[in-house]
Design a protein around this ligand. Structure first.
Ligand SMILES: *[C@@H]1O[C@H](CO)[C@@H](O)[C@H](O)[C@H]1NC(C)=O
Ligand SMILES: *[C@@H]1O[C@H](CO)[C@@H](O)[C@H](O)[C@H]1NC(C)=O
Ligand SMILES: *[C@@H]1O[C@H](CO)[C@@H](O)[C@H](O)[C@H]1NC(C)=O
Length: 195
């Protein structure tokens, strides 16, 4: 009897292995090898929403605890627009205009003087939130900031955590600027679409 059983078992094995390799081929075709199409709900993406944040950005140049530091000097000392200079920032973001008001995160990144005609910055910074449910989530801002224009708009190009897939823009408006110390407080209104 085992002599008869064995071939049956063996053929079952062959069929099974044929089926499984077929399944592997089917999956591979669907996923193009390294890419696959995914239902957005599988990674928790439900409904897109629009959030508006108002916060204050504190760029402190003066004193013993500056939050902005020049890391690259301008290409020429005669450039009135400081063309080519790069500044790294780790600026507090607060709920109110006073530095002593509630800290909600930090703006970390850099700005560089990118215009030979006016004081025009290229800004690249992450708003790293530390408050409430946003703690650990970030928004990335990359754009042009002509600082002496009343309201400047810059794109929000992405985010992490609660801001995955973020797109949007910020409106930056100088709240206070001290031309002696160069310290600045800027009001940021952030409009961001995210899930
Ligand atoms: C600009 O001035 C500083 C200080 O005087 C000097 O160290 C630096 O070499 C100058 N830079 C250029 C590009 O001339
Ligand atoms: C934010 O998260 C960090 C790391 O998980 C934690 O140490 C910190 O206490 C949190 N801050 C607030 C304000 O919840
Ligand atoms: C600018 O800062 C200097 C030094 O702290 C201070 O004496 C001056 O009053 C400030 N100016 C304004 C307009 O706040």
């Amino acid at each position: 009897m085992p002599r008869i059983m064995f071939p049956i078992f063996a053929s079952k094995c062959i069929i099974l292995s044929l089926l499984s390799s077929l399944a592997i081929i089917l999956v591979a075709e669907e996923s193009h090898g390294f890419v696959r199409t995914l239902d957005p709900r599988l990674i928790g993406l439900k409904k897109e929403k629009l959030s508006h944040f108002r916060l204050y950005w504190h760029d402190t140049v003066s004193g013993s605890n500056p939050t902005v530091i020049q890391t690259v000097p301008p290409v020429s000392n005669t450039s009135a627009t400081f063309f080519g200079a790069i500044y790294m920032i780790d600026d507090p973001l607060t709920l109110g205009p006073k530095l002593s008001s509630k800290l909600i995160g930090r703006a970390q990144g850099f700005y560089t003087l990118a215009s030979q005609e006016e004081v025009g910055l290229l800004m690249a910074m992450n708003f790293a939130f530390t408050e409430g449910k946003y703690n650990g989530s970030t928004i990335t801002v990359l754009g042009r900031n002509a600082v002496f224009t009343k309201v400047r708009e810059m794109p929000v190009i992405g985010g992490s955590g609660l801001f995955r897939f973020a797109t949007g823009y910020v409106k930056a408006k100088t709240y206070k600027f001290n031309s002696t110390t160069m310290d600045a407080i800027v009001e940021y209104n952030v409009y961001v679409l995210h899930y």
